[in-house]
Write a protein that binds this ligand. Structure first.
Ligand code: SAH
Length: 265
């Protein structure tokens, strides 16, 4: 027996990838769901937790041959809920950060479908935790700017990102969808007044066993090698400790590998 004639849609954050970073609520909803509609970025480790009797649909923009549109995803959620089903719409990270949440809640509201939003750990927060740094720091960083390096709408593309408005010495920048070519970003950040020695860390596949991180500075950010997606770029003085630790770790790895070490005074 279903709870009501009309089902309900839960827009749930799956976190960055590590199943242990799912919330207890997300896990319980996954266990109770009739259908899970998930994005491409939800990790295979999390998909594998879904019970065998639950229908799983990948509605990621890259799934299959045909590109699925946002309207089609909205239509699927609405149709399933109208059949009385409990639907989990599973999104990577937090659904409210670059997750098209507003478009989906607008559609559900217009169709009078009950829905609930369940937060998740967003990639930037997870990346900072994995580097063991604090995005705010009373001594160096009084604000966090969450921004995409890859504006989605034509209007946003025309407007361009006004880095000058965002960049302050006391800001930590958390750049989602940073792309692969950082030459332009470097120019923009330096032109906006950011010092070239400010640390920058690119974190790929945060929280998964495949995580990589690469420390550099704003002045050298264009030299970063491309890394497997998804990746996020953190910039700011608050990253200093992460880069210090990484250079100590790199040195000790190099020493482990070396056949001969020559020391000078
Ligand atoms: N709602 C998601 C963001 C979706 S936008 C969240 O809150 O995390 C997709 C972008 O998120 C990717 O291009 C990448 O920049 C970032 N991202 C998502 N998962 C990530 C991960 N595990 N590691 C690094 N970046 C990630």
């Amino acid at each position: 027996m279903k709870e009501s004639f009309t089902g309900k849609v839960y827009l749930v954050g799956a976190g960055p990838g590590d199943p242990e970073l799912l919330t207890v609520k997300a896990r319980a909803l996954l266990d109770r769901a009739d259908v899970v509609l998930h994005d491409d970025l939800v990790s295979p480790e999390i998909i594998s937790l879904i019970l065998p009797q639950t229908e799983i649909v990948n509605v990621g923009k890259r799934c299959g041959l045909k590109k699925i549109t946002q309207n089609e995803i909205n239509g699927q959620m609405i149709a399933l809920a109208k059949r009385g089903l409990q639907v989990v719409r599973l999104k990577s990270g937090d659904p409210a950060i670059f997750g098209r949440l507003a478009e989906e809640t607008d559609a559900l509201e217009a169709a009078r479908i009950p829905f609930e939003v369940v937060p998740g750990i967003t990639a930037g927060i997870s990346a900072a935790a994995s580097l063991r740094v604090s995005l705010t720091d009373r001594r160096s960083s009084s604000r966090v700017v969450i921004v995409t390096g890859h504006p989605a709408t034509d209007k946003e593309k025309q407007d361009k990102i006004e880095w000058r408005d965002l960049v302050r010495p006391e800001s930590t920048l958390v750049i989602y969808m940073p792309g692969q070519n950082f030459s332009h970003l470097r120019e923009e950040l330096v032109a906006a007044g950011l010092a070239s020695d400010v640390p920058a860390v690119l974190v790929s596949q945060a929280s998964t066993p495949r995580q990589q991180q690469h420390c550099t500075t704003v002045g050298e950010v264009h030299k970063l090698q491309s890394v497997p997606a998804p990746a996020i770029l953190l910039i700011g003085r608050s990253l200093e400790r992460a880069c210090q630790r990484s250079s100590v770790e790199n040195l000790s790895l190099a020493l482990d590998d070396a056949d001969l070490v020559i020391c000078s005074k």
